[in-house]
Write a protein that binds this ligand. Sequence first.
Ligand code: T68
Length: 830
Amino acid sequence: NTIPLESRQIWKKFSLGEFGDKQEFQQEFVRHVETSLARSLYNCDDLAAYQAASQAVRDRLVVAWNRTQQKHTLTDTKRVYYLSLEFLMGRALDNAMLNTRTKQYAREGVKDFGFRLEDLIEQEPDAALGNGGLGRLAACFVDSLASENYPGWGYGLRYEYGIFKQKIIDGYQVEQPDYWLTYGSSWEIPRNEISVDIMFYGYVRHYTDDEGVHRRCWEGGDVVRAVASDFPVPGYGTANVNNLRLWSSKPAQEFDFAKFNAGDYINSVSEQQRAETISAVLYPNDNFDSGKELRLKQQYLWVAASLNDIVRRFKKSKRPWREFPEQIAIQLNDTHPTLAIVELQRIFVDLEQLPWKEAWDLVVETFGYTNHTVLPEALEKWPVPMLENLLPRHLEIIYDINLYFLQEVEAKFPNDRELLSRVSIIEESQPQQARMAYLAIIGSHKVNGVAELHSDLIKKTIFKDFVAVYGGDKFINVTNGITPRRWLHQANPELSDLIASKIGSGFVKDLSELRHLEKFADDEDFQRQWMLVKHKRKEKLAALVKSQSGVVLNPDHLFDIQVKRIHEYKRQQLNILGVIHRYVELKQMSPEERRKMTPRVSLFGGKSAPGYYMAKTIIKLINDVGKVVNNDPDMFDSLKVVFVEDYNVSKAEIIIPASDISEHISTAGTEASGTSNMKFVLNGGLIIGTVDGANVEITREIGEDNIYLFGHLADEVEDIRHKHKYGGVQVGKKLQQVFDFIQSGALGDPEIYTSLLHSIKYGGDYYLVSDDFDAYLEAQHTINHDFKDTKEWARKSIVSVSRMGFFSSDRAIRDYAEGIWNVEPSPVEE
Ligand code: T68
């Protein structure tokens, strides 16, 4: 079914090429309005115009995507598969236009029809198929895989509901469903012909094959169908367009005919509906494991469908199995896809009948595992009875993997029963639990943390025993990165253009080129232009805040921003308690004294997990402080406190370029890396932070004079917690003042905050708020002082940006490619 040779010239004549000019774009735009959307010039609103524009761009992407895939099939190169339950992509249109360099034609093209391209871009709903850092990292990584010309696919789930929309009602978070597919998605290529039947439940049958070998086979379970959807991922400045394949669950058959024939029509249909719930909604927890069966079903459906796809593609190459890891690298984004290890072993042993050991060596050579957290409540465990019921054969395989592993450990460390029980995949609790991180380590050839401090920490704490077993070389660091396309070029075109005016635009592709900017750091004219861009972006954020909450911000004031998921370990409570302290201080001053203080805006944003009571209390506290402060005339020129509702990728693109200072103040040792810290500094904001995660490497790169570090160090935390536990918590004078103020009722009913304050004063202060409070205030004091010297501030900002090249996700992806995947770039000709 290929087109005959003699007809190919005709085909090529009509094959879509890049837009050559504005008219070509307009022709396609009008065609899509009139045919794809069945509208006309009389009823083309912003939404229709967005859809037509995005489909015009999409069509070009699809052609390039096809060429890329063909080339990779033809050359049969090694491929990388990034398995992630979350891809926090945000909007696609602007990114697609920038990466294919068609934005100018589109802007001018739609302008002739009376549209502003910016308005059309805003019509697109965010693809918010992720929670926070982990999901956004996956999105940055697929961008970099494509931009660096790696044959790399993402595999995930096509949730119909992404992360919930956050409303703030009376200061409280209220969740609303995020159905993002109301108008379909222009970027989705439905692949109904690509489907995999997935089994759950059932039993294991033992049999003897023709050669007399004892074998097992899993059968008799319920079947659900996984159906593929593809989303093209364009690289920047390359013709390479990769693929993000997301699976939906569908009924395996339209009707249950047995029930149907028995006259139970309604139930025969509704049963099928249940299949679709598997991929319906994203679990809204960040750094927390809820252990629900539906989540396990999501994981298995996605992993089994992806592996079936990968193995099918490998089989087409007709290579022997031993070449599997030479052709395929699979990266596990956290432990969520760990069942892939078990599934591949099952495919090899049960279905392809490879000997266990041969199969297992291939499996281990294929997988790499990335750890994103040391928090105990986030480490995944599945109850053994749940596994036994849902995936009986997989549980047996896990037992065998564990047995062989423990034998290995026993041989290396004879008679250490304690060690065996510590490293066993199966935790001997009631009920027994399978520790997925241990399984991921045992089934992978490399394990990496996401920043130096974190990678060291996992070797010394949660994975210490495994370092003893395997040696240190299995455990490596790959520091996270961010894509400069979205987080500088697209989010902050003003700054991107200013930088390009001095050093050219090469930094968008090779971020290390930013180093050439440093020589302009003392240029006063450049400093002025630099601060002018910052001012413009603060105006833009002020406009957003005004339209959403009515609060008016002054862009001359210091903008202090903390946006990220709300979590006790991230310590938004430290920030807001500090704000209250400042408010109390300012209230005690005369108007003249107040005028000498650096005027500030404290801006917060972020979602709490719906069931996380303490995080929700922190949100309420921030909003209540805002209400009091913003309505206090004494504060008019001194302090504003804002909570931005529904923080998401698109809002991040407005908020991040507008910071003077941003806060990355987790308890030392708890934030694996953080990535917004990188985004803020790349956009010329300075940061206040603890010695945690990637803050450490940011400090090393930009210099310690350009960052405001404070607080206890990771290696002190354990001792301090011990002291809290046995000696109680010492709440210092300043923090006590704040507690008194809250308890006075000045913010409203103090009962609301009792549990929050008690967790600090009487609950052991697990996150060291009391211990770091004074140091935090002092660091903020230094910031207030330094901000007054605008030239010096601008210099620090420019120097910092010029030294941020390391934090590109392009570098991170090259590190993975060289250190874990052993893959080479494979560019397609333009
Ligand atoms: C984040 N983890 C880390 N987890 O907290 C952050 N958890 O330090 C790091 O920079 C980032 O990963 C990227 O490495 C998360 O975002 C989750 O969202 C999550 C989701 C489900 C279950 C557990």
